[in-house]
Design a protein around this ligand. Structure first.
Ligand SMILES: C[S@@+](CC[C@H](N)C(=O)[O-])C[C@H]1O[C@@H](n2cnc3c(N)ncnc32)[C@H](O)[C@@H]1O
Length: 442
């Protein structure tokens, strides 16, 4: 019998439960900063334990806050990733950097003294924060003053890694002391009653974040310092839809990709730009407000695309019969996903893995089979299918339904599950023919 390289050990792997109900997802530097649609570290970790044994380089094309990067680093793997959201990059850099804990402690000491010595000194005029036109709409006057003084303090932190450590705590302090509802990813101002009673203690919020993050950092450093060669992290800002700069990552060098792409375009799913806007403006990050259009599917297509995925085509066709505009928006998202996958495929080594954690969202009542689309897209780039693991997401109020991934557009429980799609690049021809034990497996 002719064997393909996918007569694979993976089919015999015990994969266990992917739910991770009740486990803490905020250990190590994972405790640093909230973010929409974060991957839980246990999923990235389990993927790496199953498929990343000998990996030397991990890549994440949608790194967000760097969950998969941190999980790679604590396994001694060099990591790289990209994200178009500058706040995400800042958090990811902070989570993967390896600062000197004594320096961080020294700066925390200085911060405590700064708070102890603080005497209110009202600002004569409200500062201008580029990217936030109505500062006093989003923050109370006293809050603006303290954030402003805090930012001045942080500018005195010279060590870059320590400053990053302070910046992520500052970002969360901005979110929590703003007049916005914290349980929302979009910017919604508190109603009048809530606003009247809202009196956040800026310095106490910052102090708590610093303490929590320091505890996570200490545990993370303990692990990283045990490696003879400390793993290295690189966080980039290129768009894999457009290409992957060879000066950063050369073709066929990545052992494993572990990533969770956005569920859909920012306008109709998660508005990452809006989520990040206030923090990014205070932190003077580039283009705080304009990223949503640049993210996947940010610009609607003028005409539909036929994809090399029958399941995806039939779902989009069904949406088209209900709402043409939405169908074109959906189509634009998958065009970007396909372009990104085609580029990502080239940087993966022969026999290297692509592991995509995706959700199958519903548009106009039609389930979009993103898991199948990812499989089909990678197959068209010379990859073979390894497996799809289904993960039930705990703590959702909707009842869980069993959602076989080939039942297109019929099920209702889309976002209570996510799919971990694992693909493997075909071996280079020469390597394939030299495999010594191929016949032994027959
Ligand atoms: C689901 S989140 C990733 C979350 C991440 N796994 C974590 O645990 O924090 C998707 C990310 O994709 C980013 N993104 C969307 N389109 C992008 C693109 N074309 N290039 C790079 N990043 C993009 C968004 O900014 C967002 O941070």
């Amino acid at each position: 019998m002719q064997l393909t390289f996918l007569e694979k050990p993976e089919s015999r792997i015990e994969t266990g439960d992917w739910t991770f109900n009740g486990v803490s997802t905020r250990e190590l530097t994972h405790c640093y900063h909230d973010y929409p649609a974060r991957m839980i570290p246990q999923v990235a970790g389990k993927i790496l334990d199953l498929f990343g044994h000998d990996a030397k380089l991990l890549f994440d094309p949608y790194l967000g806050t760097g969950t998969s990067l941190v999980e790679g680093m604590i396994r001694g793997i060099n990591v790289a990733g990209t994200d178009l959201n500058p706040l995400a990059r800042l958090i990811a850099r902070a989570k993967t950097s390896v600062p000197d804990l004594r320096l961080v402690d020294r700066h925390i000491g200085k911060f405590n003294k700064f708070v102890f010595d603080y005497t209110p000194s009202p600002l004569v005029v409200s500062p201008t924060i580029q990217g936030v036109s109505r500062l006093e709409f989003w923050f109370k006057k006293g809050v603006i003053e303290k954030l402003y003084r805090l930012r001045e303090f942080m500018q005195s932190v010279e060590d870059a890694s320590s400053r990053l450590f302070f910046q992520v705590a500052f970002s969360e302090t901005i979110r929590e002391s703003s007049n916005t509802r914290n349980d929302e990813f979009k910017l919604y101002r508190y109603d009048a009653a809530k606003l009247a009673a809202f009196n956040p203690d800026v310095f106490t919020i910052m102090s708590r974040k610093l303490q929590r993050n320091r505890a996570g950092l200490e545990k993370y450093l303990f692990i990283i310092k045990n490696f003879k060669n400390a793993p290295v992290a690189n966080v980039y800002d290129f768009n894999t839809v457009m290409g992957i700069p060879q000066e950063y990552i050369t073709p066929a060098t990545v052992d494993i990709v572990v990533t969770s792409p956005p569920y859909g375009d920012s306008h109709t799913t998660v508005a990452y730009g809006q989520y990040s806007r206030l923090s990014a403006a205070w932190l003077e990050l580039k283009e705080p407000d304009k990223i949503d259009r640049k993210l996947m599917g940010g610009v609607a297509a003028k005409k539909g695309t036929r994809f090399n995925s029958n399941a995806l085509n039939s779902a989009i066709e069904r949406i088209y019969t209900i709402d043409k505009k939405r169908a074109l928006e959906v189509s634009a998202f998958y065009s970007d996903l396909l372009a990104s996958i085609s580029n990502v495929a080239q940087i993966i080594k022969p026999m290297g893995y692509a592991c995509y954690v995706v959700g199958n969202r519903k548009v106009k009542g039609v389930v979009l089979p993103t898991d199948i689309a990812v499989k089909d897209f990678f197959e068209s780039c010379g990859f073979e299918y390894v497996n799809t693991f289904m993960r039930s997401i705990p703590n959702k109020r909707m009842p869980l339904k069993n959602s076989p991934t080939n039942a297109i557009g019929v099920l209702d429980s889309t976002m209570t599950q996510e799919y971990i799609v694992v693909m493997r690049r075909a071996p280079a021809r020469s390597v394939f023919f030299r495999l010594p034990n191929t016949s032994a497996r027959a």
